[in-house]
Write a protein that binds this ligand. Structure first.
Ligand code: ARG
Length: 485
C-alpha cells in the first residue's frame, strides 16, 4: 500500500475507506498469472538492456516465477488492502526481496501499460479457449446433422409453417450462425497481437528499453504503435465482449427453436428427462430450462458490450481510472460464454427430432404449394401464372374441406390445364424437400455440401484457437530466456 505512495500527495495515504472502495483487487486477482508473467518478461528485458543488473533481475524473475508456481498450487496469499493486482504483486515482491532489488521491477513501466498488457493476455487466453469451444460445437452440430438422415420438419417464416425441410438442414443453420460468431471471436483473438507494455504512463520512456524483446517473450508478434492511444485503448476488450455477445445470440436463437419445438403445440422435438426441469407445483411439467437460461444469459452478454461502450465513449485520450470499470464485464465474459457453449453441447444429444410428427405437419400439402407452382414452371408456365393457379387450387381445397395433397387431378385440371397427376406428385413433402438441391437448399446433396463446409470451417477456427500461446508455454519461454545482455 505504501509502495506507490509518493510524497507528492502530501498525505500519509489514501483514506482507508476510499482505498478499499476504489480497489479493483477483488476482481483483478483473477489476472495474477498474467501480471506475474508480464513482470517476468519485463524484468528479463530490463536485464538485457542493462537497465537492471543480471543478479537483481534473476532474483526478481525467480521470485515471480515462484509466485506463479504458488498460484498454480493454490498457495499464493495475495495481500488484501492493495489498490489492484499490480500493487499486490509488487508488495509481495517487497516482502520476499530487499527494497533495493524489488524496487527495480517498475523501471520504465506504469500500471497503465501494465494493466493494458494483463488485459490483453487475459483476452487472448479467453478468446482462444472460447473459440476452441465454438469450433467444437460447430463440428458436433455438423455431425449431428449428418446423423438426422431425411427426417422432415416444417421450416417457418413469420412463425407460420412455410416449406418442408430436413431436420439436418435446421441443425446446419444453427451451426452456420454459430460459425459466424466463431469468425468474430477469431477477429477478437487477432486484436490481441500487439504488446502494450513499454508505453509507460502515456508517452513512452527515456530509458533504452527493448519492447520487441518483451513482445516476443509474451508471444505478441508486434507492439502497439502510440503510447498515448495504447493506455486508453480498450477496443480489444470491446471486440471480445462483442464476440461473446454474438456467440450467445447464436445460442439464444437455437435455444428458442428448441424451446418452441419442445412444446405440445409444435411437438417437433422431445427432450430427455436428464436435461428437462420439473415444476414445483405442476406434476406434469417437463421444462426446457437449460435452453431458457441460455437465452436469458444472452441478455447479460449484450449488457456487457454496452457497459464497455458507455465506459469508453466520453473518455479523454489517454488513461483514466474509469477504465478500471472494464473489469467486471470483461472478466466474466469468457467463463460466461464457455458455460453456455458447454451447456448447449451437453444438452443437444438429449434433444430428439420427432420425424413422424414433423412429417405429419406437412402431409396436407399446403406447405408444398410453392413446389407445385415450380412443377408448373418446369412445364413452361410463367411463375406468376402458376402461382395464381396454385393459389386458386389451395382456395378450392379449403372450400371443399380437403387437403391440397388429396385433391383429384380432374378437379385440379379445371383450375389450370398444366396441373396433372405428375405435377401433383410434388405435394409429397419428402419429394419436395429432396428436390431443393439449389446451392444452400435443403436437398440432401446440398446439405451434405453445407456440412462439409461447416466441418472445414470448424477446423480453421480450431486451428486459430490453438495457435494462441498459453500462459504455461510463456512461463517456460520466459524462465529459460537468458538475462545476460
Ligand atoms: N487498477 C488500475 C486499473 O485497473 C490500474 C491502473 C492504475 N493506474 C493509475 N494511474 N492509477 O485500471
Amino acid at each position: 500500500m505504501s509502495i506507490a505512495r509518493t510524497n507528492a500527495t502530501g498525505a500519509g495515504g489514501m483514506l482507508p475507506e476510499l482505498l478499499a472502495w476504489s480497489s479493483s483487487l477483488s476482481l483483478d486477482r483473477q489476472m495474477v498469472r498474467e501480471d506475474l508473467l508480464g513482470s517476468a518478461a519485463h524484468v528479463t528485458m530490463l536485464a538485457r538492456t542493462k537497465l537492471v543488473t543480471v543478479t537483481d533481475a534473476r532474483a526478481i524473475r525467480e521470485a515471480l516465477m515462484r509466485m506463479l508456481l504458488e498460484v498454480d498450487t493454490g498457495k499464493l496469499a495475495i495481500p488484501d488492502g492493495e489498490e489492484d493486482i499490480h500493487m499486490a504483486v509488487e508488495a509481495l515482491l517487497h516482502k520476499r526481496l530487499s527494497p533495493a532489488v524489488a524496487g527495480r521491477l517498475h523501471t520504465a513501466r506504469s500500471r497503465n501499460d501494465q494493466v493494458a498488457t494483463d488485459l490483453r493476455l487475459h483476452v487472448r487466453g479467453q478468446a482462444s479457449a472460447t473459440l476452441a469451444e465454438i469450433a467444437a460445437l460447430v463440428k458436433e452440430l455438423a455431425e449431428r446433422a449428418s446423423r438426422e438422415g431425411d427426417k422432415l420438419i416444417p421450416a417457418y417464416t413469420h412463425r407460420q409453417r412455410a416449406q418442408p425441410i430436413s431436420a439436418a438442414f435446421l441443425v446446419a443453420a444453427w451451426a452456420s450462425q454459430l460459425s459466424r460468431a466463431g469468425d468474430v471471436m477469431a477477429f477478437a483473438l487477432s486484436r490481441c497481437q500487439e504488446l502494450p507494455l513499454g508505453s509507460g504512463a502515456c508517452s513512452g520512456t527515456s530509458l533504452p528499453i527493448d519492447r520487441l524483446l518483451t513482445a516476443r517473450l509474451l508471444g505478441f508478434p508486434g507492439v502497439t504503435q502510440n503510447a498515448l492511444d495504447t493506455v486508453g485503448d480498450r477496443d480489444f476488450a470491446l471486440d471480445f465482449t462483442w464476440a461473446v455477445a454474438r456467440t450467445l445470440l447464436a445460442l439464444s436463437r437455437l435455444a428458442t427453436d428448441v424451446i418452441d419445438y419442445a412444446s405440445a403445440e409444435f411437438g417437433l422435438v422431445a427432450l430427455d428427462g436428464s436435461i428437462a426441469a420439473g415444476s414445483s407445483m405442476m406434476p406434469q411439467k417437463k421444462n426446457p430450462d437449460v435452453f431458457e437460461l441460455v437465452r436469458g444469459q444472452s441478455g447479460r452478454a449484450i449488457g456487457n458490450v454496452s457497459a464497455l461502450m458507455v465506459l469508453v465513449k466520453g473518455l479523454p485520450t489517454g488513461y483514466n481510472r474509469d477504465l478500471q470499470e472494464d473489469r467486471r464485464a470483461l472478466l466474466e465474459s469468457g467463463p460466461f460464454a464457455r458455460g453456455a457453449l458447454s451447456a448447449v453441447r451437453q444438452a443437444m444429444p438429449h434433444v430428439h427430432f420427432d420425424g413422424a410428427r414433423g412429417a405429419g405437419a406437412l402431409v396436407d400439402g399446403s406447405t408444398q404449394a410453392t413446389d407445385l407452382a415450380e412443377a408448373l414452371v418446369r412445364k413452361g408456365v410463367a411463375f406468376r401464372e402458376a402461382y395464381q393457379a396454385v393459389g386458386a387450387l389451395v382456395r378450392k381445397a379449403t372450400d371443399d374441406g380437403v387437403w391440397l395433397s388429396s385433391i383429384e387431378p380432374e378437379v385440379a385440371a379445371k383450375i389450370h390445364p398444366a396441373i396433372d397427376a405428375a405435377a401433383l406428385a410434388v405435394l409429397d413433402p419428402m419429394l419436395a424437400m429432396q428436390a431443393k438441391e439449389s446451392l444452400g437448399g435443403t436437398g440432401p446433396k446440398s446439405v451434405a455440401a453445407q456440412l462439409e463446409q461447416l466441418r472445414a470451417h470448424a477446423e480453421v477456427l480450431a486451428g486459430q484457437a490453438s495457435a494462441a500461446p498459453t500462459l504455461s508455454s510463456l512461463a517456460q519461454t520466459i524462465a529459460s530466456e537468458p538475462l545476460e545482455p
